[in-house]
Design a binder for this molecule. Structure first.
Ligand code: KIV
Length: 283
C-alpha cells in the first residue's frame, strides 16, 4: 500500500519506526521500494553523491526534478520526498510555493523537504496551505555549510539546543508533517521526539527518533569521499562493484568476454552469402 504523510503520522502514534533512505534514480528506488522502505528521499545530497560537488550548494531545481521524477517512477509504495535545493525557497514565500509546486508537478514527489526553523515558517505554512506536504530539516542543515564552517554536529550546548526545540515546535505549528534532525545529540533528539506530535526522522540523532534516514550510498559503502560517524555499513557494495569492474576489465582485455553465450547467432547460409557480398565489394 502507498505510504503517505498520513501513514507517517499513524506510525508515530502506533510507536512504529519509520524507515527512509535516499535514492536518486529509478533502479535504486525500485530496490528500496521492494525492500519495504517507507519513504525515499531524493536528497540534494545528490550534489555530493551523484554529481561530485563538494557540497549541496550548486544543486538546481532542474537536477531535483530530473532525479525526483526518475525515483517517483520506481517507487510504487514508498512516499517520495524531494529536497528543495539551495535558493529555491529562502528568498521569498512566492518562490517557495512555486518551486515546491514544480517538484510535485514535474518531479512527481509526494512531499518536499526544506531546511531551517522559525525563519522558514512562512514558507512552510504557505506550501502546506497550497496542499503540498512539507518535511522540515533542523540541526546540521547542509545548505548552511558556509555559516557552520564545515560538516559539524549541532546544538550540543544549552542555547542552541533550546533554539532547536523552539524551531521544532515552530515548524510543527507552521504545518510541517515531519522533521528531519541531523547530527544533533541523541538526548536532544529524544526530547524533541517526545515533545512533537509529528514524527522526527533522525540522521546522526540517535535511536530515540520516530524514524531514521541515511544516504543510501553511505550505508552501502559506495561513497568514499567522507564517512560521517553516524553511518553504519550495512553492506559493502562499493567493494563488490570495484571487484565486478576489475573482472570485466580483465576479461575484455583478455578477449574472454563476450563468450559464445553472450552473442546473437547468424545462420550459416546467411553468413556465406554475406561473405560473398563483402568479397564482391572488395573487387
Ligand atoms: O540531502 C540529503 O540526503 C538529506 C539527508 C542527509 C537527510 O537531506
Amino acid at each position: 500500500m502507498k505510504n503517505t504523510v498520513v501513514t507517517f503520522q499513524q506510525m508515530k502514534e502506533r510507536g512504529e519506526k519509520i524507515s527512509m533512505l535516499t535514492a536518486y534514480d529509478y533502479s535504486t528506488a525500485k530496490l528500496e521500494d521492494s525492500a519495504g522502505i517507507n519513504a525515499i528521499l531524493v536528497g540534494d545530497s545528490l550534489g555530493n553523491v551523484v554529481l561530485g560537488y563538494p557540497d549541496t550548494i550548486s544543486v538546481t531545481m532542474e537536477d531535483m526534478i530530473h532525479h525526483g521524477a526518475a525515483v517517483a517512477r520506481g517507487a510504487e509504495n514508498s512516499l517520495v520526498v524531494i529536497d528543495m535545493p539551495f535558493m529555491s525557497y529562502q528568498a521569498s514565500v512566492y518562490d517557495a510555493v512555486m518551486n515546491a509546486g514544480r517538484l510535485m508537478k514535474e518531479g512527481r514527489g509526494g512531499a518536499v523537504k526544506l531546511e531551517g526553523g522559525e525563519e522558514v515558517c512562512p514558507q512552510i505554512r504557505a506550501i502546506s496551505q497550497a496542499g503540498i506536504p512539507v518535511m522540515a530539516h533542523l540541526g546540521l542543515t547542509p545548505q548552511s555549510i558556509n555559516v557552520f564552517g564545515g560538516f559539524k554536529s549541532q546544538a550540543k550546548e544549552l542555547e542552541p539546543a533550546r533554539k532547536l526545540v523552539r524551531d521544532a515546535l515552530a515548524v510543527q505549528e507552521a504545518g510541517a508533517f515531519a522533521v528531519t534532525l541531523e547530527c544533533v545529540p541523541a538526548r536532544l533528539a529524544s526530547i524533541v521526539t517526545k515533545l512533537l506530535r509529528i514524527p522526527t526522522i533522525g540522521i546522526g540523532a540517535g535511536a530515540g527518533c520516530d524514524g531514521q534516514v541515511l544516504v543510501y550510498a553511505d550505508m552501502l559503502s559506495m561513497f568514499s569521499d567522507f564517512r560521517p560517524k553516524f553511518v553504519k555499513a550495512f553492506a559493502n557494495v562499493g567493494d563488490a562493484m570495484k571487484a565486478g569492474f576489475r573482472a570485466y576489465d580483465e576479461e575484455v582485455k583478455a578477449g574472454s568476454y563476450p563468450a559464445e553465450e553472450h552473442t546473437y547467432p547468424m545462420k550459416d547460409e546467411v553468413y556465406a552469402e554475406l561473405e560473398n557480398y563483402v568479397d564482391s565489394l572488395a573487387k
